[in-house]
Design a protein around this ligand. Structure first.
Ligand code: NAD
Ligand code: UGA
Length: 464
């Protein structure tokens, strides 16, 4: 079974980059990425690749190479489904905001809509690939929908979770540690379907990097991987608070611990707290699944990762208030960074949003500079919390298009994202134009505290 036509439903942070790389590497496969969001598709088709809907280093070059050759972006979902022999579902699976499992379970309505649309449109056999992150056993539900509502055609369902991280998506896709493919192996047809997907990745991944498992292991491995990664961040963040009261330095502790090859050095950077669209959502989902099987201890264990993360964000804001003599009312605080990590314009669940919200409750005035995030996005993020009126948010939090204006006349600077350029700023010039005493709260430990203190700043890192 050789795949000739791929359709991907969902042109977001995963669908867009993943399919661009598949198209770049597999010239003989036509890849069509479809989405109901017309604006997003128009941006993907924009001749000026600076206007792609997603900022990722290296993405524009890949899109430029493949777009129009064998990579297409379209709103014609039915047409692309009809034409495809392999369909990736890469739509969003946010935390439910209503009904049973509200605030915890994954909302699968977008997945189900895709399945029903595929069932309605398909006139020939299709391989359906779960690319979105899904609760374990979702494939069973997909199978039922496709089987009972389809036109009598055969569907093979595979799980192929995505492990890319934002900011390094293209590198992760090209040189990732592994690709995971879960599928049934009971019939020749199902083994062929799995092999067809293996063959796609074999264009650039080594055979031993393409792992195959049963569907349930694959679905659960994705949630497990994110839970483990987030747990490491919460673990080092927990130690950061202990470091602050014991005069230990969390960077030194992380280095000492991380050189143990059994532990390893990655994902041990203490921070203002992890953000992003997935860690929290996927752990909440895991907790919900464990609870729904009656596994209370398992659920409580993983929930603690989220509790620790919320605490870390809160305590960063509280530290600012306490250090600024217990009041930030009417004081200007400059935020460097709004994105949830560097090299992305994504702000979903960014720690900056929650820190800002807490400081606005204390009546601070916030000026934000982020190299990639647009001002309206910051307001959207804040308004989503519903803490105060949109007018109040717009009045109290402003965005600037250069760091220098953000910091001018500020009482304190808070570093919320680890953008590299922050390290190279003219910190003396910044200091000269701030109110005194001038504070820096480095939520990412990226600045040189000693150098800043020589200039005159009072510097506070995390876990120092
Ligand atoms: P996203 O919100 O950026 O993109 C999803 C897209 O799907 C949206 O553009 C939306 O309009 C579209 N969509 C929704 N329903 C549709 C439908 N019925 N028909 C056509 N289009 C539809 O989401 P994302 O960040 O790309 O995440 C997608 C999935 O991948 C999630 O399950 C997420 O957990 C998982 N994931 C994300 C990342 C990441 O770094 N963002 C990494 C690994 C896995
Ligand atoms: C994460 C995983 O790394 C990906 O493997 C996964 O595919 C993805 O989630 C997903 O399923 O969406 P991502 O959220 O894009 O990727 O970015 P990460 O690099 O994991 O960072 C997540 C958050 O943790 C960021 O806010 C980051 O600043 C923070 N972090 C990370 C730390 O605070 N300290 C660290 O040491 C590492």
């Amino acid at each position: 079974m050789k795949v000739k036509n791929i359709c991907c439903i969902g042109a977001g942070y995963v669908g867009g980059p993943t399919m661009s790389v598949i198209a770049q590497k597999c010239h003989e496969i036509k890849v069509t990425v479809v989405d109901i969001n017309e604006e997003r598709i128009a941006q993907w088709n924009d001749k000026n690749t600076d206007l792609l809907p997603i900022y990722e280093p290296g993405l524009a070059e890949v899109v430029e190479e493949a777009r129009g050759r064998n990579l297409f972006f379209s709103t014609d979902v039915d047409g692309a489904i009809d034409e495809a022999d392999m369909i990736f579902i890469s739509v969003n699976t946010p935390t439910k905001t209503y009904g049973i499992g509200k605030g915890m379970a994954a909302d699968l309505k977008y997945i189900e809509l895709c399945a029903r649309q595929i069932a309605r449109v398909a006139k020939s056999d299709k391989i359906v690939v779960e690319k979105s992150t899904l609760p374990v056993r979702t494939a069973a539900a997909l199978k039922s929908i496709l089987h009972y509502t389809g036109n009598g055609v055969n569907f093979h369902i595979l799980s192929n979770p995505e492990f890319l991280a934002e900011g390094t998506a293209i590198q992760d896709l090209l040189e990732g540690d592994r690709v995971l493919i879960g599928g049934e192996r009971d019939t020749q047809e199902s083994r062929d379907a799995m092999q067809a997907l293996v063959d796609v990745y074999a264009h650039w991944m080594k055979p031993d990097q393409i792992l195959t498992t049963n569907v349930w292991s694959s679905e659960l491995s994705k949630l497990t991987a994110n839970a483990f990664l987030a747990q490491r961040v919460s673990s080092i963040n927990a130690m950061s608070e202990l470091c602050e009261v014991t005069d230990a330095d969390v960077s030194e502790v992380a280095r000492a611990v991380g050189t143990d090859s059994r532990i390893g050095p990655k994902f041990l950077k203490a921070s203002v707290g992890f953000g992003g669209s997935c860690f929290q959502k996927d752990i909440l989902n895991l907790v919900y699944i464990a609870k729904s099987y009656g596994l209370k201890e398992v659920a409580d264990y993983w929930e603690q990762v989220i509790i620790m993360n919320d605490h870390q964000k809160r305590r960063f804001a509280r530290n600012i208030v306490q250090t600024l003599f217990n009041t930030v009312s009417g004081k200007k605080i400059a935020f460097l960074g709004w994105a949830f990590k560097k090299d992305t314009n994504d702000t979903r669940e960014s720690a900056a949003i929650y820190v800002a919200d807490d400081l606005l409750e204390e009546k601070a005035e916030i000026a934000v500079f982020d190299p990639k995030v647009k001002p309206h996005q910051m307001q959207t993020d804040l308004n989503f919390l519903n803490t105060r009126s949109q007018d109040e948010n717009a009045e109290m939090l402003t965005a600037t298009d250069n760091y220098y204006d953000a910091c001018k006349d500020a009482h304190a600077i808070a570093v919320l994202t680890e953008w590299d350029e922050f390290k190279d700023y003219d910190w003396k010039k910044i200091y000269d134009n701030m109110r005194k005493p001038a504070f820096v709260f480095d939520g990412r430990n990226i600045l040189n505290g000693e150098d800043l203190e020589k200039i005159g700043f009072i510097y506070r890192g995390i876990g120092k």
